[in-house]
Design a protein around this ligand. Structure first.
Ligand SMILES: Nc1nc2c(c(=O)[nH]1)N[C@H]1C(S)=C(S)[C@@H](COP(=O)(O)OP(=O)(O)OC[C@H]3O[C@@H](n4cnc5c(=O)[nH]c(N)nc54)[C@H](O)[C@@H]3O)O[C@H]1N2
Ligand SMILES: Nc1nc2c(c(=O)[nH]1)N[C@H]1C(S)=C(S)[C@@H](COP(=O)(O)OP(=O)(O)OC[C@H]3O[C@@H](n4cnc5c(=O)[nH]c(N)nc54)[C@H](O)[C@@H]3O)O[C@H]1N2
Ligand code: SF4
Ligand SMILES: [Mo]
Length: 702
């Protein structure tokens, strides 16, 4: 139902209402929106001008959200597969039939193979509290296999925590106070667009902006300086910065002595990291490294802004752990606007009782097995796994596009002894492999509270319209499934508002609803660690980490080349492949099937030659060496897969580095998707994945 907070009868039965909501996408900005509804139909969606972060603006994706919600391709009724897995052939069935079949399959899998043969696989497609948390009440009650780690975010947090003892960091809105902002491995103008005005304001107030990225992104285009290391070599760059800072006595002696652990070891360790050595590894001029180190150590306040991109590497944990050493060395934390800004999700988490949401107590004394989320392809195909997974439930994610090593994953999804249920808004590449597809509501159709990882506001989301077709929310699906299974535990049936109230113990729900958002607590002086107290074992920033040593990792920040880059591999597959989010009109794998968004992503007015899907970007020198031109069809391959695409010549990359924009579905490529090629190797710690350590060969398609 639409909110009646601001409703007026226009004529007779015509009604016009507005409902305040929060964008649910897996995006740091969590924008506030206002939906206008006429006669039960959403007719307008605009940014809430009073939202403190998004300030009335949405984005080129969500400006079309109403079209997405009412799209003809929306799944609006339960579907049962009638063709082979992957064929996309389905028939419509009733909810009662769907739930009956799912319940009986689930019961028989549990009876024959045990509850651990059941795997729920969910993502942050809707990152609201009920959407993500409530379903796990049922899975906890059943004691099924659980997943650890994540495709996104787990490594960045775990990396920083090894240095600072916590995932908490600087609120990026504090960058307003900075005089130097180093954006390190984040494409702010694209992925976090509502932060950019804060950065611009800091620049107007005298800040310099440096971007460090292996791709000359649209964010790099607007920076005062752009530094382009070879992909995955940043730790060498950071070590050389430390070398220069210590060598030139630019570190903050007082802060280091009082607030850090292991400086002498670090000093000794970085002695061998001359700028010259790093320059060779990173492919950067030596003087650029020296100048960066000097500027960083001598500008106050100095902030580093990072997000997720650089965690998608075998040594992703080490990237973030080493990055977190830099502000400690120069004492950047002592200044307001100094330090390291990353996801603020852990500040928001302090206000959320996640256990009240997903109720791990329903497990009782059971301790079900835990597997690595990012290894889904292996989990579904590994015949040594005991028990194998025989029932898979997917919601809020599109793994056939987003999980690495897609062709192996496809084999898993094709298994005839696997029963797959996908709860979705669209017939995604993943849904095509489902035995049963269930229609999911969009954020316009469901009540929820949506946290943010880009700012400190927790947003209310009023359901603006009734569910489209027979769609239901994630929470309602899991309530109905619990009922179909004949379960009686009351927690499995609790209503939305009661669950939200329990999940936000320090927040007045009625006030949140009336005011549309609430700001979670953050230190008033803007400094996340006050005078420099860190929740590590030593209470200090740890340049040397015994915790890492115990994990079998180097105790000091250490550069290592990825295993994938072994010399024999580089001979066979000479190009380093990046698969970034380069799309202003896609949100991960969402929108890339909608023609309007596809067309907009193709446009490249300055050259315009490539039409019809994603492309392989490479620099002219690499193309010429292989006798390739703008528009040539090429085969991009390695031992995991092969994809055929057109070449786009770019100046945004370095020689030897190529890129395929990620997010397009299978029918836009020949052979697979970007992830058909990517590595599913686990990160050093944190349970993430090394998508970006992928090597490929390129040849003209015959
Ligand atoms: N328009 C749009 N916005 C989005 C998304 C989207 O799909 N579309 N997705 C959302 C999601 S889920 C996320 S997680 C965030 C991600 O937000 P970001 O982390 O900002 O974005 P990414 O593109 O993942 O990575 C950022 C940059 O990291 C760079 N990078 C990769 N490897 C390295 C490395 O070794 N060193 C350095 N220095 N840089 C490296 C990439 O080239 C890329 O430009 O964006 C969110 N916002
Ligand atoms: N090669 C490569 N792979 C990557 C990345 C990369 O940069 N390169 N990025 C990685 C990152 S950072 C991320 S976060 C992941 C994201 O990967 P995904 O999680 O697959 O991406 P989304 O597009 O956010 O997926 C959301 C899906 O959830 C559905 N959905 C939305 N709302 C709801 C709802 O309320 N209920 C239900 N049931 N469904 C809903 C949408 O229709 C959509 O199909 O991909 C990762 N994969
Ligand atoms: S996708 Fe991101 S930028 Fe766009 S409206 Fe949603 S939260 Fe805002
Ligand atoms: Mo992400």
């Amino acid at each position: 139902m639409a909110s009646t907070l601001d409703s007026s009868n226009i004529t007779g039965q015509d009604t016009r209402t507005t409902a305040y909501g929060t964008c649910h996408h897996d995006c740091p900005d969590s924008c506030g929106w206002i939906a206008t509804v006429e006669n039960g139909v959403a007719v307008k969606l605009r940014g809430d001008p009073d939202h403190p972060f998004s300030k009335g603006e949405l984005c080129p994706k969500v400006n079309n959200f109403i079209e997405r919600a009412y799209s003809e391709s929306r799944v609006t009724r339960p579907l049962r597969r009638i063709g082979p897995k992957g064929s996309g052939e389905f028939e419509q069935i009733s909810w009662a039939t769907a739930l009956g079949e799912i319940a009986s399959q689930l019961q028989s899998v549990i009876q024959n193979h045990g509850a651990e043969a059941v795997l729920p696989f969910s993502g942050a497609g809707n990152q609201s509290l009920l959407a993500m948390g409530f379903p796990y009440r049922l899975w906890n009650a059943l004691g099924v296999t659980r997943l650890q780690g994540a495709l996104c975010g787990a490594v960045a947090g775990a990396g920083v925590a090894m240095t600072n003892g916590t995932k908490l960091a600087l609120d990026p809105e504090e960058l307003a106070h900075s005089k130097l902002i180093i954006i390190w491995g984040s494409n702010t103008r694209l992925t976090n667009r509502h932060l950019w005005p804060t950065i611009e304001a800091a620049r107007t107030a005298g800040a310099r902006i440096i971007v460090i990225d292996p791709i000359r992104t649209i964010t790099a285009d607007e920076a005062d300086q752009f530094i382009q290391p070879l992909p995955g070599t940043d730790v060498a760059l950071m070590l050389a910065m430390m070398h220069v800072i210590i060598n030139e006595d630019l570190h903050d002696h007082k802060w280091v002595a009082a607030r850090t652990l292991g400086f002498e070891d670090l000093e000794e360790h970085v002695r061998e990291w001359s700028p010259q050595r790093a320059a060779e590894i990173c492919g950067l001029p030596e003087d650029e490294i020296v100048a960066l180190a000097r500027e960083y150590a001598t500008t106050r306040p100095a902030a580093i802004r990072t997000l997720i991109g650089a965690e998608h590497r075998e040594h992703g944990g080490m990237f973030f752990r080493t990055l977190a050493c830099l502000p400690a060395l120069v004492g950047a934390w002592r200044d307001r606007g100094g330090g390291l800004a990353r996801s603020v999700g852990s500040w928001t988490d302090l206000a959320i009782d996640h256990d009240a949401l997903s109720r791990p107590d329903l497990l009782g004394t059971r301790e079900p097995r835990v597997l690595d989320e990012v290894r889904l392809a292996d989990i579904l195909t590994n015949t040594d796994l005991n028990p194998s997974v025989h029932a898979l439930f997917v919601w809020g994610t599109n793994p056939m596009v987003s999980v690495p090593n897609t062709e192996l994953l496809r084999k898993g999804f094709e298994r005839t002894d696997l029963f797959t249920v996908v709860h979705e808004q669209f017939l995604t590449d993943t849904a095509r492999y489902a035995d049963i597809v269930l229609p999911a509501t969009t954020q316009l159709e469901s009540l929820d509270v949506t946290p943010s990882w880009g700012h400190l506001n927790l947003g209310w989301n009023e359901a603006a319209i009734a569910p489209v077709g027979e769609s239901i929310s994630n929470a309602e699906f899991h309530r109905q499934l619990a009922r179909a299974l004949g379960l009686t535990e009351p927690a499995l049936f609790e209503e939305d508002l009661a669950v939200l109230t329990a999940a936000l113990p320090s927040i007045d729900i009625d006030q949140l609803r009336a005011e549309h958002r609430v700001r979670v607590p953050y230190p008033e002086d803007g400094k996340p660690f006050g005078d420099g107290v860190f929740p590590t074992a030593s209470g200090r920033v740890e340049f040397v980490s015994e915790e890492l040593r115990a994990l079998g990792q180097p105790a000091l920040p250490t550069y290592e080349a990825p295993t994938e880059y072994a010399p024999e591999q580089l001979t066979r597959f000479p190009f380093r492949l990046l698969t970034p989010k380069q799309h202003a009109r896609f949100l991960n794998s969402s929108y890339s099937h909608l023609p309007k968004h596809q067309r907009a992503e193709h446009q490249r007015p300055e050259q315009g030659a490539v039409e019809g899907g994603p492309y392989l970007e490479m620099v002219a020198a690499d193309a010429t060496a292989l006798n390739l031109f703008e528009g040539t069809m090429v085969k991009v391959s390695n031992d995991r897969g092969e994809v055929t695409l057109r070449v786009r010549i770019t100046e945004r990359l370095r020689t030897g580095v190529v890129a395929i924009p990620w997010g397009w579905w299978g029918d836009s490529h020949e052979g697979g998707v970007a992830n058909s090629l990517t590595s599913d190797r686990l990160t050093d710690w944190g349970g993430g994945v090394a998508y970006s350590d992928t090597l490929v060969a390129i040849s003209p398609a015959l």
